[in-house]
Design a protein around this ligand. Structure first.
Ligand code: PLP
Length: 490
């Protein structure tokens, strides 16, 4: 029996004892748990303990999001309107109000390659910060592609496959989503075309190679292979691209080719749904420690990993009124949650997707070429946007240099080099831990380490050589980018 298993058993015995004996023994058991947990680094779940369902927050939200609108008629979108673009079962999930949705066996089989992922006590970081706070992170970087994106890539490929779809198109920013979908499509025998944001294609050539290794075709976007790409290039020949551009291209191909569907790595409800396996596992793992988070943090691109870590905890807030803060960490150069407007907007640049009620900087907004490519997206998913509007979540914007500083501190004390996207969550976790030190409070902080940065070392190199900079977005730029959005839905 491994040391870890013995530890887990001891913790469970202590927890069981706490639940079954009179009060004095329960407090003794709690002490035992506390003693064991003081030195436990990783909290692991057995494969058999992996959740069997995803959690659908739509079932519990006090205010449901407003409907998505058809881009042409501006009428509420019906499931059948989306079925030409997305797999049928995924569309069903998009509109579902069921609280829990079962994870198919075929998906769970593939999840087992890397799930359950460890919950790790960031004891090294705590020590470096000299904080009384307990910091935990969910380590999603252990997936074969190095990020949480596989959690949705596998079910998306699966549901398309069982429907008889042959080809998939998608976009990718940093390349993490593209890599994840590449291996998922390879597994289910689907052919995949990935439009990769041009600046990331140039900054992160290894990601392109990863996708090619898994059998995908990778095209830098904007490209001349689509009408949308040609239109963008005509206006901006040197465009670095954006997720919005790449989505336009991938959607166009899916809508014009037979047996083809599009897959999106973030923003939509069904993607957030799949990612809730992160928070559902973390919930079980934290239960083993006897701790409960005061703060839950995730970095924010379109919202999928943030939703994944936070929605299962938000349900405690809805059901039991738990006092828990949920914080989204976004780049200061793409501040949709902190400085954007809540309006109907397109998910892509050209205006081919449905209109989504969301916090947005405007679909024309081209974010600065920061190295956290996966966070360079103009809008936030509708679930998160409604939750933000209703005051259930907070958001914080972080400058690029601060994120790298946090990433380096984390790497030096925890050993894992974080993805530039994940460093945003780390920066907020550090802020919270330092505040706990000032207040002398032993608060519990949970954040999601959405990915590792081993394929992003060129970004770290630029940081060390002083070539990285912060980008400020002026109020005028934002005002210009959002002008006219209020008329889109009319
Ligand atoms: C490592 C990593 N973290 C976070 C994100 C942001 O995406 P989301 O907001 O959907 O989690 C990305 C996107 O590519 C990513 O690659």
């Amino acid at each position: 029996m491994s040391v870890q298993t013995i530890l887990q058993l001891s913790v469970r015995c202590a927890i069981l004892a706490a639940g079954s004996r009179p009060a004095r023994s329960a407090s003794e058991a709690k002490n035992v748990t506390n003693q064991i947990m003081k030195t436990t680094k990783k909290i692991l779940l057995a494969e058999s303990e992996m959740p069997t369902s995803w959690y659908n927050i739509a079932a519990d939200m006090p205010n449901k999001p407003q409907p998505m609108l058809h881009p042409a008629t501006k009428q509420p979108l019906k499931p059948e309107d989306m079925e030409g673009l997305f797999g049928k079962e995924l569309v069903k999930q998009e509109f579902s109000q069921e609280r829990f949705i079962e994870i198919p066996d075929e998906v769970r089989d593939l999840y087992r390659i890397y799930r359950p992922t460890p919950l790790v006590r960031a004891s090294g970081l705590e020590k470096a910060l000299d904080t009384p706070a307990k910091i935990y992170f969910k380590n999603e970087s252990v997936s074969p592609v190095g990020s949480h994106k596989l959690n949705s890539a596998i079910p998306q490929a699966y549901f398309n496959k069982i429907q008889g779809i042959k080809h998939i198109t998608t976009e990718t920013g940093a390349g993490q989503w593209g890599s994840a979908l590449s291996i998922a499509c390879q597994h289910f025998g689907l052919d995949l075309k990935v439009y990769m944001v041009r600046i990331s294609y140039e900054q992160k050539p290894y990601r392109k190679m990863v996708m090619q290794t898994y059998g995908a075709q990778v095209i830098p976007s904007p490209s001349d292979t689509t009408e949308a790409g040609r239109r963008i290039l005509a206006m901006h020949p040197d465009s670095p691209g954006s997720l919005g551009n790449a989505i336009s291209e991938a959607v166009e191909v899916a809508m014009t080719q037979p047996d083809t569907r599009y897959a999106l790595g973030s923003v939509l409800n069904h993607v957030s749904l799949h990612q809730t396996i992160i928070g559902l596992e973390a919930e079980k793992q934290l239960e083993m420690t006897g701790d409960y988070p005061d703060v839950v943090i995730g970095c924010f691109g379109g919202g999928s990993n943030f939703s994944g870590i936070s929605f299962p905890f938000l349900r405690h807030k809805f059901a039991e009124g738990k006092d828990i803060r949920i914080i989204a960490a976004e780049p200061a150069s793409c501040p949709k949650l902190t400085r954007g407007v809540f309006e109907y907007d397109y998910g892509d640049t050209v205006g081919m997707t449905p209109l989504l009620p969301m916090y947005t900087l405007g679909h024309d907004f081209t974010p600065a070429s920061i190295h956290a490519g996966g966070l360079r997206y103009h809008g936030a998913g509708t679930l998160v946007s409604q939750l933000r509007r209703d005051g259930f979540i907070e958001a914080r914007a972080i400058d690029q240099l601060d994120t790298f500083k946090a990433g380096v501190l984390f790497a030096r004390n925890e050993g894992i080099i974080p993805a530039p996207e994940s460093t945003h969550a780390i920066a907020v976790a550090i802020e919270e831990a330092l505040r706990a030190r000032e207040e002398g409070r032993e608060k519990v902080i949970l954040f999601n380490l959405s990915g590792h940065g081993l394929i992003d070392m060129a970004s770290y190199d630029k940081y060390f050589s002083g070539q990285l900079e912060n980008y400020q977005v002026s109020q005028q730029e934002i005002a210009q980018a959002v002008a006219g959005l209020d008329k889109l839905a009319r």
